[in-house]
Design a protein around this ligand. Structure first.
Ligand code: SAM
Ligand code: SF4
Ligand code: SF4
Length: 374
């Protein structure tokens, strides 16, 4: 029996227009939220559409031919995205990640990348620009993305076995094309390429060791495989705890095949716990958002395809920056509004979930991941 899924199109629009301070202070780059967390990482969803239907993200039963994706006029233009990103950089953001939906479906996304590559931090350094993709179009686009200024890429890949992969993407897409996309990314100079595998207990957990072996043997240390715990994002994927395979168990299985040693985190706020193969065969990561919350140093904000700012992956409300962008407000005013929104942030959904406390306010449904970006 399949779980009942409920379409939630209207809730995409739950957002409030942020208050604009009468006398905005200039951005200092030192913004902190109520829990003292800085703002460093902005994830930008460039489309809510996708050519895959991974059941943990966009189940076919909901995202079918009747589903109303956002109209073109709702999407932020490249100029609007670049303007917002520039204001965020002044507030301390050093890293931009393009995501979606499938970001490579957004027409001329490399033009956006070229615009973002022109941005600088207050210390005049370029921003770190990266992108998360399902890899289906990467073989064709890797070089153009690199030429436009993309520095790295993360590819989602849930299985090495072609049958399992086709079932998980649910559009019968062959794994060989994604593997070719990873090679194209390496060839274009987009290393280190991160490969993200969402592990669903009973669906693809038998792929942990084969995928690791493939990466070790065919990709080398330029590819870092990361295992992600299946999360209760959104409200349509019918998430169940018994389908989560805790990272500790994933690591045990991997360690039995290829002994591992722990590594220190490379940056504060990093989502993945890093390990390396004892034989020097490269590095792997474990993202344990369910069993080991990492909210205490979460420095990420998310900008939806239509310009709503979300402060947590599990939020149920956004802050409508597009209303300000299209409402004639100045950079100083919008920057001031962003400062107020972040300063008021106290989201820590995963920690609350882990402690058994009610995590989402008001029982409202959470925003979907393909809309705010992973
Ligand atoms: N379409 C692109 C892709 O798949 O890489 C980018 C967007 S996708 C929403 C970003 C990331 O979110 C992917 O790595 C995907 O595996 C992950 N993701 C989606 N739903 C998830 C869930 N329920 N639990 C854990 N990760 C999830
Ligand atoms: Fe598409 Fe990525 Fe979601 Fe899969 S995880 S349905 S590829 S947006
Ligand atoms: Fe950040 Fe929210 Fe995830 Fe916690 S649950 S790490 S606050 S996005």
């Amino acid at each position: 029996m399949t779980d009942v899924v409920i379409p939630l199109a209207d809730l995409r629009y739950a957002a409030q227009v942020p208050a604009v301070p009468a006398l905005p202070l200039p951005a200092s780059g030192l913004l902190a939220d109520r829990l003292g967390r800085p703002l460093r990482d902005l994830r930008i969803s460039v489309t809510d559409r996708c050519n895959f239907r991974c059941s943990y993200c966009m189940p076919k039963e909901v995202f079918d031919s009747q589903y109303k994706f956002l109209p073109q006029s709702s999407l932020l233009s490249f100029e609007e995205i670049t303007r917002v990103a520039r204001l965020f950089a002044a507030h301390g953001v050093t890293k931009l990640r393009l995501t979606g939906g499938e970001p490579l479906l957004r027409k001329h996304v490399e033009t956006l990348i070229a615009q973002l590559a022109e941005l600088r931090t207050p210390e005049s350094r370029p921003l770190d620009i990266t992108l998360t993709t399902n890899g289906s179009l990467l073989k064709r686009k890797a070089q153009a993305l690199r030429d436009a200024g993309l520095q790295r890429v993360t590819v989602s890949l849930d299985a090495l076995d072609d049958g399992i992969f086709r079932r998980m993407n649910d559009v019968d897409f062959p794994v060989a094309d994604v593997l070719d996309g990873i090679q194209a990314a390496l060839h274009a100079g987009l290393a280190p390429v991160k490969v993200n595998m969402v592990v669903k207990h009973g669906t693809n957990d038998d792929q942990i060791v084969p995928l690791a072996r493939h990466v070790r043997e065919h990709c080398g240390p330029g590819v870092v495989l990361r295992f992600i715990e299946y999360m209760d994002v959104g409200a349509t994927n019918g998430w169940r705890m018994d389908e989560v395979l805790p990272s500790a168990q994933v690591r045990q299985r991997l360690h039995a095949a290829f002994p591992l040693q722990p590594l220190d985190p490379s940056a504060p706020g990093e989502t993945a716990e890093r390990w390396r193969y004892a034989d020097g065969g490269g590095e792997v990561g474990f993202i344990s958002s369910v069993t080991q919350a990492f909210c205490s140093d979460c420095n990420r904000a998310r900008l939806s395809t239509e310009g709503k700012l979300f402060l947590c992956l599990f939020a149920n409300r956004g802050h409508d920056l597009r209303a300000l962008l299209r409402g004639g407000y100045s950079d100083e005013q919008i920057s001031g509004a962003i400062g107020l929104v972040w300063g008021d942030r106290e989201d820590r959904y995963s920690e609350l979930r882990g402690s058994g406390a009610p995590a989402a306010a008001g029982g409202e449904r959470r925003v979907e991941m393909h809309y705010i970006g992973g």
